[in-house]
Design a protein around this ligand. Structure first.
Ligand code: HOZ
Length: 429
């Protein structure tokens, strides 16, 4: 496999872009080697600038549920573009997609469109503060809610692997209002609530975290959070940027039957276009300007092209519930296949899997929170990543990310992924 063009581009990019990339995880620092530069993507495959093809298990970090460059989405975008690219004014399509999201996501009675998950989470916290008149909020260690200042404290995703879970540039004043708790530990939440009585506006979490590698909620955990937040008047926010419309039509909240007060959503809504959204109970969302006093705005919010892609994607998912059984089937085949192969090896591993998301950790302890995720052998993960890449399977370039599957993965491709896994294991052990 020749990768000379990616090498050339990366060297050149470093002269003009910090670290040569526009988002840190892409630089491959957590796995060694140099990033491949992508020219195009189609179905289950991405192609690099040297025309190498890879079976892709990131799917743009979640949104490509139906695979890349789906003709239906592509045509919707091209058609919308014939009428202009941005108006900075209301459109019929925004109303249609808002109504659709309200019908699909249990907690959402009103919704505001933004342009990214980062914007969605920053705005949701501001609204929760405005609504409750309180300043502090609880976040979980190792969870990632985009790069807003108040979230870059014990943050997951690239913030872990770049070694800056507490980023410089976040002021002490901002950090003091972010209270940290370990995931899956209800007693820790009770203690925080007790020592900050009446001061906590919100509790935000990824109900099924993907940004410290996939980690699952223990039985009763989400229900317990719901009870505490209701009792204490704390706004419970589920960050479903990764899990919304993916784990089920109504996201993790529908799957686990726990309804938060607010939900943040992301790229899946745009079918891969830059879109985010936040929504929730009417009485909370009525605080958002111009209905209420909490200010939040954006020229590109509800962009007509992004809305056309999103509407097509969500309408399809809404009318094809069988997609979720298919996604889960693919996830199960891969997770079971890996488990079977690993069983015969002298290897410490844990595989966390739910629906179309999974993570393989190189530790034999259960991974249930940030501390246990950090026990994984990240050096071995780096070797595994490179061995898979060499065999044409592109994994997320970090131990602390989930993998995302698409319906474009045929049985034949699943077989190829498992074969690559088996050979890679022989390589690295
Ligand atoms: N932080 C994103 C995944 N959790 C990665 C974004 C990107 O590099 O595109």
């Amino acid at each position: 496999m020749q990768i000379s063009e990616s090498k050339r581009l990366f060297a050149h990019a470093k002269n003009f872009i910090p670290g040569g990339v526009n988002s840190p995880v892409r630089a491959f620092r957590a796995v060694g080697g140099e990033p491949i530069f992508i020219k195009r993507a189609d179905g289950a495959f991405i192609y690099d600038e040297d025309d190498n093809a890879y079976i892709e298990l990131i799917n743009s970090w979640g949104p490509m549920i139906l695979g890349h460059n789906h003709p239906m989405i592509r045509e919707a975008v091209i058609k919308a573009m014939e009428n202009g690219t941005s108006f900075g004014a209301p459109t019929a399509r925004e109303v249609e997609i808002a109504e659709l999201i309200v019908s699909m996501v249990p907690s959402v009675e009103k919704v505001r469109m933004v342009n990214s998950g980062t914007e969605a989470t920053m705005s949701a916290i501001r609204v929760a503060r405005g609504y409750t008149g309180r300043d502090k909020f609880i976040k979980m260690e190792g969870h990632y809610h985009g790069h807003g200042d108040s979230f870059l404290i014990s943050a997951g995703s690239g913030a872990i692997t770049m070694g800056h879970p507490d980023s410089p540039g976040v002021t002490v004043g901002t950090a003091k209002d972010t209270l940290l708790a370990p995931y899956n530990d209800l007693e820790a939440i009770e203690r925080l609530v007790e020592s900050n009585k009446g001061e906590i506006a919100a509790l935000i979490l990824e109900p099924v975290p993907g940004n410290m590698g996939l980690t699952l909620p223990l039985p009763g955990y989400l229900e317990g959070l719901r009870e505490i937040c209701t009792r204490e008047g704390i706004v419970l926010i589920f960050d479903e940027v990764m899990t919304g419309f993916r784990l089920s039509i109504g996201g993790a909240q529908e799957l686990f039957g726990v309804t938060p007060d607010m939900t943040t959503l992301g790229k899946i809504i745009g079918g891969g276009m830059p879109v985010g959204a936040y929504g929730g109970k009417k009485e909370i969302m009525e605080f958002v300007s111009p209905a209420g006093p909490v200010y939040q705005a954006g020229t590109l919010s509800g962009n007509p092209i992004a809305m056309a892609a999103g509407l097509t994607m969500l309408n399809y998912l809404n009318s094809h519930p069988e997609v979720y059984a298919r996604l889960s089937g693919i996830g199960r085949s891969i997770a079971e296949g890996i488990t079977k192969i690993n069983h015969n090896l002298d290897l410490n591993y844990t595989i966390n899997h739910l629906g179309s998301m999974y993570s393989l950790f190189f530790t034999n302890e259960p991974v249930t929170d940030f501390e246990s995720a950090k026990k994984s052998d990240t050096e071995l993960f780096g070797k595994y990543f490179q061995a898979m890449l060499k065999r044409g399977v592109y994994l997320a370039p970090s131990q602390f990310e989930s993998l995302f599957l698409s319906t474009a993965l045929t049985d034949d491709l699943v077989g190829k992924i498992l074969q690559a896994h088996e050979e890679s294991m022989k390589d690295i052990l």
